[in-house]
Structure formats: structure tokens, C-alpha cells
Design a protein around this ligand. Sequence first.
Ligand code: SAT
Ligand code: MN
Length: 609
Amino acid sequence: MENLNTIKMENLNKYVNNYITNKYVLEFVNKSAEICNPDKIYFCDGLEEEKKFLTGEAVKSGELIELNQEKFPGCILHRTAINDVARTEHLTYICTTKKEDAGPTNNWKSPEDAYEELSGYFRDSMKGRTMYVIPFMMGVPGSKMNKIGVELTDSIYVVLNMRIMTHTGRIVADDIIENNFTKGLHSKGELNLEKRRICHFPEDNTIMSVNSGYGGNVLLGKKCLALRIASYLSRKEGWMAEHMFLADIQTPDGKKFYIAGAFPSACGKTNLSMLIPPESLSGYKVRVIGDDIAWMYIGDDSRLWAINPEAGFFGVVPGTNIKTNKNAMLTIKKNTIFTNVLLKEDNTVWWEGMEDPPDKGIDWKGDAWTKDMKDEKGNLVPGEHPNSRFTAPISQCPVVSHEFSNSKGVPISAILFGGRRESVVPIVYESFNWQHGVFIGASLRSETTAAAMGVGKVVRNDPMAMIPFCGYNMGDYFTNWLDIGKRMKFPPKIFFVNWFRKNREGKFLWPGYGENLRVIEWIIKRCDTFSNNKEKEAVETPVGYIPAADAINTKGIEISKQDIKELLNIDVQEWLKEADEIDKFFSKFDRMPKELIKELNNLRERLKK
Ligand code: SAT
Ligand code: MN
């Protein structure tokens, strides 16, 4: 084969199961092998047999634990290193030639410096290990939006996760055309936090991740490709890559609405996208298309369409149980990878709230655990990590929408932005128009969660829930949003939602979970061009439209008029302070579009009136 001429014989001898002939892929494999020096190079074919074989290998080495196959068929448990439990944003870089192109919200390195530093960390990192070659596709089979990648990794955990999260193996091989694929190189290295780097080279369509084994850092198709690299490409190509769930909502009279929503990590995208309607709204059906990422484009009908490029859920475990998210619980009964949860004596898993605690088990660190164990402060010791996760195929979800595999995607009626805010922000408000909606997204602020390591609990600016995931200058990203809006005749309406507002006693005012459909119902009515009473159901305020009194259906829940009032309250003084915070954040950007500055000024003026 001509394409093998450049390949060192030594590397060729290491090949196992190779079926790939694309010379650019082989070149990438070989160049990487020269640096990482693996013992073997195994080409993953994605077939069923391979899962068994790889699981067996990883169980032998201790990388994975096979769970009770009667109770949890096809399920495994993985424990990460204790210093490697969430994305490490401070070690995540956008490596563009010009620093301005990464913008003020990203860490930046020059490609030259980054490659140099990384080649040191990758040097011999796979010695004594196998390099797995994973061809993968992000997208929906048949969609024009699809992107191909090849991830090289020394972790079987990564291979098994990628098999769930993406389309992998032989089925993808024919779609790799020439050099048109994202190159992803990952090595666990020594899991050394000091030398951990998650580097993106958008100009070279390349990702390099070293010294981590945690999901968001190492499943390179997910945040690295489908958001950071894809967002960079989407700006050039005129579409959008967003940190959004996609839900298919059917009303009692059979109308369909597709909604997309951007909330920061661990703020309830998964729960919302598959919620179970409360009894009093039981005529509704909510079906999930995606829970984390949406790729959006303008359709021929001048509406915004979206697909979910992922094939799996990488969901947050704590807080997931039969009451809060039954559909997730049913999804993860088989073929699921659990990360950092408690292992019970019968080789099943447990986490706080899932069911009554077992008397003892082995916690996420691998240590013996008992149910009344306390830490120095006298608090019960949890068995699972706060950012413990499940990886499961979306197709296993009892309420998966058939639109999940529609290569055209779905037309979006409403975009929701949301965050965790104890105060200030009402439970829901609607933007006046697209431009104002972009402003609302750009000024999103939310309390941080356990999904990112070492950021503590603070309210931070997280525009469009993309602060950790935007692969280029966010000023340009806002411009992309505005441009997309200008090109659409029928843009979706934009809303902000906040389920997390508290009263003066520090108690949540809203029951959340399935009851959130009550707010979604109002949103849908606002989007329904055929509904004739929508004007009556909203009130104009300085920040946007809010539901009129009684416009949110509260039949079947106990919530006082006073609490609803508080949930919708807009305090002018608090909002003026909010505007100052937005101003502070916006002023970081050289490339902030003037339309958003104007929206901020307009907000202040409306508040002062
Ligand atoms: O760890 S991931 O980035 O994959 C999940 C999340 O934080 O949103
Ligand atoms: Mn996410």
C-alpha cells in the first residue's frame, strides 16, 4: 500500500486489528506512536465482541469493575484518580496563532509553545500500554452537520465511553475523507495534575489531552470537539454549536414544540429533557432528543433547526432517583458505565438518595465505607463523588424521541437560558426579540457546581452556559448569534428560566423537576402562533415579559400566591446591580458587539424609568 511507505516498520509491527487505509489517519497514528511509544496499536472496530474483550482486559488490570450482571447487565464501574474528578478549566487551553482569537474568557497558549510542552508530556506516555485508535462520528447518521474525528487513547475506559457517546469503529471508516477529520490525542500519562493539559488547536483541527482520565477532559468527541472545535467552525460556516438539551414536547391537543436549553453543567438539563409530566398536566408528553449539546443551523424555511450530535448521556448521578428522574433511572439499568459511585456488597451501585443506604460498601475512592461514617466536622461521608456520572445510550431512554435519529433535526420554537440563582432572577422571563434574547444569554450568571474542579461556589458569568466550551473569542461568538438571528425570518423565541430561587428562610420557592413543565407550558403558549390569548398571559417588565398573575398553572401543587409573586418579582435595585455586573463582564471584551452594549444601556434605562 502506497500510504504505508512513510510508516516506520516498527510501528507497523505493533498494529492489531487494523482496517483503516486512509493515509492521513495512519500518518496521525504513526506520528503519535513515535512520541507516545505504545507497545501495541489497536484499531477499535466498534463491534459487540470488542466490548466484551476490552471490558475483560480492563477488569483484569483493575481499570474497571464488572457489576452484578444479573441486576445490572452490561454495566461497569470506574473510579478515577482522586485528583481527577471533573473538568479542569484552568488547565484547558485554546491554542490559536493570535491570542485575541482565543479571547478574554479562554486560557491561551501559542500553538508552538503548546506543541512543544505537550510533546514532553506525551513522550513515552504509552510505554507498556496499548494505544487504541477510535474513529468516531459526532452527529446523526445521514446528517449534513456530521463531523468525523479520530481519537487515540491509552484508556479502555475512554474507548468504552466513546462507544456509547458517539458512533465509532468500522461504520465510520468510509466517511473519513482525506484529511477531513479532527485529530484527538489522549494519554492518561501519570494523571499528574501539574502536568495536566487539555489543549485545542482549532486552526489545525486538533485536540491534545494529557494526564487526566476524567470524562469531559478525555472523551474528545464531547466538549472538546462537539463544542470547542465545533463552535470555532460554526462561526466560519454560519451555524451554531451550543451547550443545550433538546426536548420534544407534545401538548394535550397533539401539537409539537421542540425546545432547546442552555444551562451550565449540573443545572438540570438532563432532568428537564426527559421530565415526567405531573398528574394535572398528564396530557403532555416530553421526549428527549439530547441532554447536553445541540448543533443548530438555519433551514430552508428560515427557521432554526437542531440536531444532537451525541449518542449517549454523560449524566450527573447525585440527585438522580426514581422521584426526581425516573426516566434516567430506567435508562441506566443496563449497558451503563458508572463513574465514582459507591459499590455495594452485592456488586451493585448506590448513591445518596437513590434508595435506602446500604450498611456498608466501597466508596468512590476505593475505601471501605459505612452508612453512619462521619467526617471531622461530624457530617455523614457520602459514598459517591458530587460529580459522579453515568454513561448510557440515549436509545435506552424510555422517552427517547423518534426525532433523535432524524438526520434533518427539529425546528426550534423556543430557546431557554437558565442558571442557578437564589435571588434576583425570576422563575421565567421572555426576551423582547432575538437581539434582546442574545443579550439575555450573554449576561447569564449562575452559581458554580461540582462539574468543574476547584472553582468553589460563586456566582459567575457564564454566557449561553458556554464559558468553559467556547473555542474562540466570545465577542465573535456573540456576533455569530446576532448574525444568525439576522438571517432568520422565523427565529425561535428566547426565554430565561431559574428553578432555584429561594425565599428569605433559604428554602427553594419552586418544587422543580417534573413541575417545571408548568413553566414550559407557559413558554409554549407564548410560542404558539395560533393561541389567541397569549397577550393576556404576559406582563411587560424592564427585564422582559413575565407571566401574568395566574398564567402559570398551579393546579395540583401547593404553592401560595405570595410565593408565586416572589418567584416573579423583579427588584429594580437588585437588577441595577445585576446590570453593573454584566457591564463589568462585558467590558473585558474588545470584540463585544455594539448591539449588546446597546441592550445593556436599554435595560438600565428601562429600570430607571
Ligand atoms: O464533564 S463533562 O464536561 O463532560 C460534563 C459537564 O461538565 O457538562
Ligand atoms: Mn454539559
